[in-house]
Design a protein around this ligand. Structure first.
Ligand SMILES: [Fe+2]
Length: 197
């Protein structure tokens, strides 16, 4: 018996690598499969859609932090280099938790860079290096966009009886973004360094 790609399929195990395999998608992006967790398909679909937007924007913010971690310059290079990397790591944790909640709800988590680029609402920065205040401004805008999305999605999840999604957003995603916005934002306060004004 031959498989579609020409490999022999036998009942006895073989050490041969079965390479070049492609098949149809088991579940299309946007489709919801049944999950036995006591939530209707309508509720799970609503919350999956909201979480996928937040996921695309969180992946983009994580990448923006990495970009700025590499490209930061000037007097505050060292502290911002470290801070941006810490925030990127924390955003990576959020990415994983949001994506796994989407799968748990029966959805498909957006994952690849090209798909994320088509979905995110965060403005695309240039490939080149920008000044520190511009880097910070882009990060603060991204945090605010995500926080607004999270508050809206958390309210919806509260209203449609999905406390798990509400808890992820309220207890993890929102506090992390608020704290990072504070730590990042304090770097664009134009205060005197040595002499009081
Ligand atoms: Fe690094």
């Amino acid at each position: 018996m031959k498989t579609r790609n020409g490999h022999s399929k036998s009942s006895s195990p073989s050490a041969e690598l079965l390479l070049g395999q492609r098949g149809k998608e088991m579940q299309k992006y946007g489709a919801i499969i049944h999950m036995p967790i006591g939530l209707s398909e309508e509720v799970r679909k609503t919350n999956v859609d909201a979480l996928n937007q937040i996921l695309a924007d969180t992946i983009t913010l994580r990448d923006l932090y990495k970009k700025h971690h590499w490209q930061v310059s000037g007097h505050t290079f060292y502290q911002l280099h470290l801070l941006f990397d810490k925030h990127a790591d924390e955003q990576t944790e959020l990415v994983d938790e949001i994506a796994e909640r989407i799968q748990l709800l029966g959805g498909i988590a957006i994952a690849m860079a090209a798909d994320v680029a088509e979905t995110t609402k965060i403005q695309r920065p240039p490939r080149g290096r920008e000044e520190v205040p511009v880097q910070i401004d882009r990060l603060l805008e991204a945090h605010e966009l995500i926080l607004k999305e999270c508050r809206k999605a958390a309210d919806t999840a509260d209203e449609n009886g999905d406390p798990g999604t509400n808890d992820l957003l309220s207890s993890k995603v929102i506090p992390t973004n608020e704290l990072q916005a504070w730590f990042t934002g304090e770097h664009v306060v134009d205060g005197p360094l040595v002499h009081a004004e």
